[in-house]
Ligand binder design. Structure first.
Ligand SMILES: *Cc1c(COP(=O)(O)O)cnc(C)c1O
Length: 305
């Protein structure tokens, strides 16, 4: 299980819009980690699943929204590595299932819906005890898979080949992926997190805490760029959609509207604003998330090519 250390390719984005500013942009294709457990979710699950196996658990339980990449990844990982999986989903059941939950269900995940108010209390000990009464013993993965073992997995995203870059940029939900990247660089380079939620500045404290818990060191070579949330989590506008479609047409690479589309839009915008020095090399992390596109198109009317 997870014997091999996966190393994903890096490609150069050739685009006259950015070449005009004298900077080089590269994309790390973490979307190619695994055909089914894509992107940073693969990294975040790796050491959790090894831990679950070592401790003798047979069932994984986790939480998420109805379109969650994490839920989708846990269902696949459960199937691939022979765990039962339980997904506690926020909100009411909607039939037919959306593509994310349909695939999770086909992969054997037992879906269980709870109200939004219960969902807010989902980490309370009483709530967890009740889940144990209902489902038996399970290995608990937090929402979004954000824990120390996830940070550890994300320290494996970058390899020594990435030494040539000046800036590393990554989308942030919980910030665990960014924390792993920052830890692995040990103060080298500039690392920029792009929160996909509104008022994402609070993530500074969350990420600092993750860094302290994981490596007991706070680095100062990183920051958050909070201007590219497009109104909040899973919110979008037509500029974002046309950017994603143009990027795909030009580079034959699919971005998703929740995370990587916002990240690349933000990087392009910053390059055009002259925020990177000519000659600098920027590495953007493609964290995957492409499973969500089918559901996004179904919900909002085939906006993405
Ligand atoms: C979950 C996810 C993220 C956010 O990762 P965090 O570790 O929670 O910050 C970024 N990109 C994609 C595609 C994701 O699915």
């Amino acid at each position: 299980m997870f014997e091999e250390m996966i190393k994903t390719p890096i490609i150069r984005i050739k685009d006259e819009i950015i070449e005009r500013y004298g900077v080089d942009l590269y994309l790390k294709r973490e979307d190619l980690t695994d055909p089914w457990i894509s992107g940073n979710k693969y990294r975040k699950l790796k050491y959790n699943l090894i831990d679950a196996r070592e401790k003798g658990f047979h069932t994984l339980l986790t939480f998420g929204g109805a379109y969650s990449n994490h839920i989708h990844a846990v269902a696949y990982a459960g199937k691939k590595y022979s765990f039962k999986s339980i997904g506690i989903i926020r909100g009411e059941e909607n039939l037919p299932l959306n593509p994310t939950l349909e695939e999770a269900s086909v992969n054997g995940m037992n879906l269980h819906y709870i109200s939004r108010s219960d969902y807010r209390n989902k980490t309370g000990p009483e709530f967890i005890e009740n889940l144990k009464k209902q489902f038996g013993e399970f290995y608990l993965l937090p929402e979004g898979g954000a824990n120390m073992l996830a940070v550890q997995g994300c320290t494996e995203i970058l390899t020594p080949d990435e030494k040539i870059f000046n800036h590393i940029c990554c989308a942030c939900g919980t910030g665990a992926t960014l924390a792993g990247i920052i830890s692995s660089l040990k103060g080298d380079k500039k690392v920029w997190g792009f929160p996909v939620v509104k008022n994402g500045a609070f993530l500074k404290d969350d990420i600092t805490k993750l860094l302290m818990d994981f490596g007991h060191i706070i680095y100062d070579n990183w920051g958050l760029i909070t201007d590219y949330h497009f109104g909040g989590y899973a919110k979008y506008d037509y500029n974002l959609i046309s950017f994603i479609n143009r990027f795909k047409k030009k580079h034959a690479i699919q971005l998703d509207p929740i995370y990587t589309g916002k990240l690349l839009f933000g990087i392009y915008d910053q390059i055009k604003a002259g925020l990177y020095e000519p000659g600098e090399k920027i590495l953007a992390i493609h964290t995957g998330g492409l499973q969500g596109i089918h559901g996004f198109n179904k919900q909002f009317g085939n906006l993405l090519a």
